[in-house]
Design a protein around this ligand. Structure first.
Ligand SMILES: [Zn+2]
Length: 168
């Protein structure tokens, strides 16, 4: 019981468009599952040997890998609740670095998914009642992906659409 309190269960990565390809998670707090492997201390030789087709990591770790590897599927950018949403310049840099679609995910401290961008790239679906939307703009209209959960929209929206358009 005590061990469980000290070490909460790790989260599984929610890949935006299942099934996940070979995906390297460069963050602590996740458990490996299927084709998803976890490298808690970041990019290293083992991660390179794994030859990921997709990466999931905080922005600084992704930006540090710009130009150093080729991906074929996606980059998933982890953001914390208190961090601002990805802006147009950050999305442009990720697109230029990796040439794959960018998916933003907002995570709780324990790695639980709070909000996630879907393949329609039209806001972030709120995935948890624990998410405090604060002053984010919320869109309750059905999404092109088919899900009906409310989405965070607002400042990042035009940039998301623009970058998603290159990625098609
Ligand atoms: Zn959607």
């Amino acid at each position: 019981m005590l061990a469980r309190i000290l070490r909460p269960p790790k989260a599984a990565l929610i890949y935006p468009i299942p099934p996940a390809p070979r995906c390297a998670v460069l963050a602590a707090g996740f458990r490996p599952q299927g084709t998803v492997r976890v490298f808690p201390s970041g990019w290293n030789e083992d991660a390179a040997k794994f030859q990921p087709q997709a990466l999931a990591a905080p922005l600084d770790r992704l930006e540090a890998l710009a130009g150093k590897l080729t991906l074929t599927h996606a980059v998933i950018v982890f953001r914390r609740e208190w961090e601002p949403r990805l802006d147009a310049a950050q999305r442009d840099r990720l697109w230029r670095a990796f040439r794959v679609p960018v998916f933003e995910q907002i995570l709780a401290e324990n790695g639980a998914l709070l909000a996630a961008e879907c393949e329609a790239h039209d806001g972030l679906h709120i995935e948890s009642a624990k998410f405090a939307a604060g002053d984010h703009e919320i869109d309750r209209a059905a999404c092109a992906c088919g899900k009906t959960s409310p989405r965070l929209t607002g400042t990042g929206r035009d940039a998301i659409r623009r970058v998603a358009a290159y990625a098609r």
